[in-house]
Design a protein around this ligand. Structure first.
Ligand SMILES: NC(=O)c1ccc[n+]([C@@H]2O[C@H](COP(=O)([O-])OP(=O)(O)OC[C@H]3O[C@@H](n4cnc5c(N)ncnc54)[C@H](OP(=O)(O)O)[C@@H]3O)[C@@H](O)[C@H]2O)c1
Length: 249
């Protein structure tokens, strides 16, 4: 990889935090974005000068512009990882503003942040963090599933368009990961979420993937694949063809 500078949205927790640590350990400069400044500072503290916190809401056009302006160097990797699950409720009951908020963060922000960063994206890889929920309907996660399905289509469209030489688009499914998002899911209301018990069971059985393992998969996908493989299809952490390439024993 020629350019070692990386930007990760949602870098203050979960998968984004673990990925920021790993990229920094490997010698990259990493910008991390999120709304909670304290979490960003905490993530950055382990690698002073190598992880740079940029506090901001990716759903806000003005804040996206400030984030883009703060990146003062060419970027080699952009990871759109920030997302929210949104309300866990039947879709016909979702208040309009909450539906729109999920779309703003999970779908619109990745497109418009990529647009705003185009001037600094050089020989770059843009990775969308997807979900199984992009591919299977999960009752009571209507906005999340729809946003991730659309994000998957957006990666496929950007990949087909090849509109900017040197910029490649990929997408990656991390599995069921032990992060704040899963804690939020387990905190759902039984009456509104038919699958609640299943998620408690996954947690009790220790079936959740550690965020550090997802970071290792992301790192391998971004830094060790050629362009054709990087963008060929959505990466799935469970894909057995590649396990021995990235998974530490
Ligand atoms: N955990 C899973 O099982 C799982 C499964 C499939 C896919 N994923 C995907 O993995 C990605 C990371 O999620 P995670 O599991 O690591 O959960 P997480 O810990 O909740 O991470 C989400 C991150 O996004 C940030 N974020 C949310 N809204 C934002 C906004 N408007 N502006 C800037 N940052 C924002 C949050 O920080 P602030 O709140 O401080 O802004 C947080 O750091 C997401 O795309 C998620 O959909 C997760």
């Amino acid at each position: 990889m020629k350019n070692k500078t990386v930007l990760i949205t949602g870098g203050g927790s979960g998968i984004g935090k673990a990925a920021a640590h790993l990229f920094a350990e490997k010698g990259h400069t990493v910008y991390i974005v999120g709304r909670r400044g304290a979490l960003l500072e905490e993530t950055a503290a382990s690698h002073p000068g190598h992880i740079i916190p940029l506090k901001g809401d990716v759903a806000d056009a003005g804040e996206r512009a400030k984030i883009a302006a703060a990146v003062g160097e060419p970027l080699g990797v952009l990871i759109h990882n920030a997302a929210i699950l949104g309300p866990i409720t039947d879709t016909l009951s979702i208040p309009e503003e909450e539906w729109r908020r999920v779309m703003e963060i999970n779908l619109n922000a990745p497109l418009f942040l990529t647009q705003q960063l185009l001037p600094v994206l050089r020989e770059a890889r843009v990775l969308h963090i997807s979900s199984g929920a992009a591919h299977y309907p999960i009752a009571s996660w209507g906005a999340y599933c729809a946003s991730k399905a659309a994000l998957n289509m957006m990666y496929r469209i950007l990949r087909e368009e090849h509109s900017r030489p040197g910029i490649r688009f990929g997408s990656l499914r991390p599995g069921i990961v032990d992060t704040e998002m899963q804690a939020h899911i387990r905190g759902g209301d039984r009456r509104r979420f038919p699958h609640l018990e299943k998620f408690h069971q996954f947690y009790k059985e220790g079936a959740l993937v550690p965020a550090g393992e997802v970071a290792a998969f992301i790192y391998w996908v971004v830094t060790a694949t050629d362009d054709a493989l990087f963008e060929a299809e959505e990466w799935d952490i469970r894909d057995e063809r590649y396990l021995d390439k990235w998974k530490t024993k």
